[in-house]
Ligand binder design. Structure first.
Ligand code: NAD
Length: 293
């Protein structure tokens, strides 16, 4: 059984980006620059954004973190986004989700210039993804594709089950796996909370991508021997024995499923790290596209 180690695969992506950034510096060019907006102080969001900023710095990118109070109104947030859209030194913009109730996430996503939309959530970029055009691929599915590529996982002709149909993970993942790509060409079944026969479907799968946010949901009796298991889930589960008072749990019952799988991602240390790798790749792509234009 192969552990699909996010640390190793993400380090390889970061290393190639570091080399490119050093090359840019040697040519006297500016660095790729990511701006991240964090609204409020949700613990998980704080952790994700801090990690994104840290990884930018480690890769040699510039980063700007804009912190806004959770009482901010929608118009003020949109105006901050418009400023970043027209700021020539910013290549990529991300707004950490979720946002407070008074703000429409959809309006925020649509306010970001599609050419700076490094999260790949803007409808224009989603449309391009569906049509197989060059675009920003949402960072988590992108990271999973990079992970499959790094470990040379054969996907062509395989049956992939994606559990979860969100715009940020499940749906784009299903599109990528079914696309005519090196790590695509799967027959894909996308499952969700109204899928009645999930266990039977999973038992047919060569690849399972679990992205539903239910800790330990995928158990060994749902997995065909030799399947490849990608665990996207990140849920904080209370644990008084842990230093922080909680532990991060994935959507897969790792210990028991690992005994049947041919390859599996751990949580933590799997897809989460690849998400950041996907974001960094998108930021470099945004920089290069703007430098070309
Ligand atoms: P979401 O809540 O937007 O979507 C969950 C999906 O799961 C829905 O489509 C729903 O229909 C489906 N679902 C829920 N219960 C189900 C059930 N019993 N059977 C089948 N389908 C069911 O969640 P999301 O934003 O897509 O995130 C999913 C998980 O992935 C969460 O744990 C989240 O924290 C994690 N996540 C991880 C990363 C990463 O970098 N590793 C990135 C994004 C999200």
């Amino acid at each position: 059984m192969l552990v699909l180690d996010g640390k190793i695969a993400a380090a390889a992506v970061k290393e190639s980006l570091k080399i490119k950034t050093a090359q840019l510096a040697a040519e006297g060019k500016r660095k790729p620059h990511l701006a991240a907006i964090l609204v409020g102080n949700n613990g998980a969001s704080e952790t994700y954004v801090a990690s994104k900023v840290k990884n930018c710095e480690e890769t040699g990118f510039a980063s700007t973190l804009i912190r806004l109070a959770d009482t901010i109104d929608e118009a003020s947030l949109l105006s901050t986004i418009h400023e970043l859209n027209s700021n020539p030194s910013i290549d990529g913009i991300l707004v950490q989700l979720p946002l407070p109730k008074q703000i429409s996430e959809q309006k925020v996503i649509e306010a970001i210039d599609p050419l700076k939309d490094v999260d790949g959530f803007h409808p224009i970029n989603v449309g391009k993804l569906v049509q197989g055009l060059s675009t920003f691929i949402p960072a988590t599915p992108y990271g999973i594709m990079l992970m499959l590529e790094h470990y040379k996982i054969e996907t062509k002709g395989k049956h992939a089950i994606v559990i979860g149909r969100s715009n940020i993970v499940g749906r784009p993942m299903s599109i990528l796996l079914s696309s005519n790509l090196k790590q695509g060409n799967c027959t894909v079944t996308i499952c969700h909370s109204h899928t009645p026969n999930l266990k039977e479907l999973c038992l047919q799968a060569d690849i399972i991508v679990a992205a539903l946010g239910r800790p330990g949901f995928v158990t060994a009796d749902m997995v065909k021997p030799g399947a490849v298991i990608i665990d996207v889930g990140i849920t904080r589960v209370d644990d008084s024995t842990a230093k922080k008072g909680f532990r991060i749990k994935g959507d897969v019952a790792y210990e028991e499923v690992a005994t049947k799988a041919s390859a599996i991602t751990p949580v933590p240390g799997g897809v989460g790290l690849m998400t950041i790798a996907g974001l960094l790749k998108n930021t470099m792509q945004a920089y290069e596209q703007r430098a070309d234009s």
